[in-house]
Design a protein around this ligand. Structure first.
Ligand SMILES: [Zn+2]
Length: 237
């Protein structure tokens, strides 16, 4: 049992330890936030390369250590993201982490099954035309519950109507050779990939804004399949 007189000494020691450690730890954390000037100079290909390299860091467990407190303060006055990612709802797909990006670096639109509708098209247009993003990524993933639901023709509440957005991808996959059920992971992957292809087609057909930006080389639009098992990416043609 300590006597009361020893508490101040203990507190002083603790304070000394915190003082010695904190500045050093803060210094090694990345507090950079993308600026307007940096965003304007980046090309779509450069952003894509950054995202590929970021994913390699995530895959290898070598992610950037960030000072989120500092990034919050620095990014508050304005945002200049490099890209917009349309992702599934899935809890195992942490979009910023998948590409090792920080606060203010990426817009993220999420809906189960990463399909496109008017609201999401408007969001993608805002990200690129208004806010300057250079890359549009539509990202599917392995073992997707929404894809499974569409294949299994699930009927439940509002999920029924939501899955109608993914059904075209199931129809597109009927030429698959093999068992066309959700138990077949290869068929699940084929449908997920076709669902991305369908989203990319809708973006180009129904958004003259994004289509023109792509034609002019102002943005790039790409499809990705994210593998949960090893955190790697496959690009979808
Ligand atoms: Zn999913």
């Amino acid at each position: 049992m300590k006597t009361p007189s020893t508490y101040p000494v203990a507190l002083l020691s603790l304070a000394a330890i915190i003082a010695a450690c904190s500045p050093k730890n803060e210094a090694i954390l990345d507090a950079h936030v993308t600026t307007a000037e940096e965003q304007s100079k980046l090309t779509p290909d450069e952003v894509l390369q950054q995202f590929k390299e970021g994913n390699q860091r995530f895959h290898s467990g070598n992610v950037t250590r960030r000072n989120h407190n500092e990034q919050v303060r620095k990014s508050a006055p304005g945002q200049f993201p490099k890209a917009v990612v349309l992702s599934c709802l899935d809890s195992r797909v942490p979009v910023e982490d998948v590409f090792d990006q920080g606060i203010g670096d990426v817009f993220v639109g999420r809906v189960a099954g990463n399909f496109v509708n008017t609201d999401l098209l408007g969001s993608l247009e805002f990200a690129c035309k208004v806010a300057g993003a250079k890359l549009v990524v539509v990202m599917a993933h392995q073992h997707c519950g929404a894809i499974k639901g569409a294949i299994d023709d699930v009927k439940l509440g509002n999920i029924t109507a939501m899955l109608e957005n993914i059904k075209p991808a199931v129809a597109m996959s009927q030429d698959f050779e093999g068992e066309k059920t959700s138990a077949n992971t290869l068929f699940m992957k084929r449908v997920a990939e076709n669902n991305v292809r369908n989203s990319l087609r809708i973006i180009r057909e129904k958004s003259p804004i994004l289509n023109e930006m792509e034609d002019k080389g102002e943005i790039k639009i790409v499809g990705i399949f994210y593998r949960l098992t090893d955190a790697t990416l496959e690009f979808i043609e």
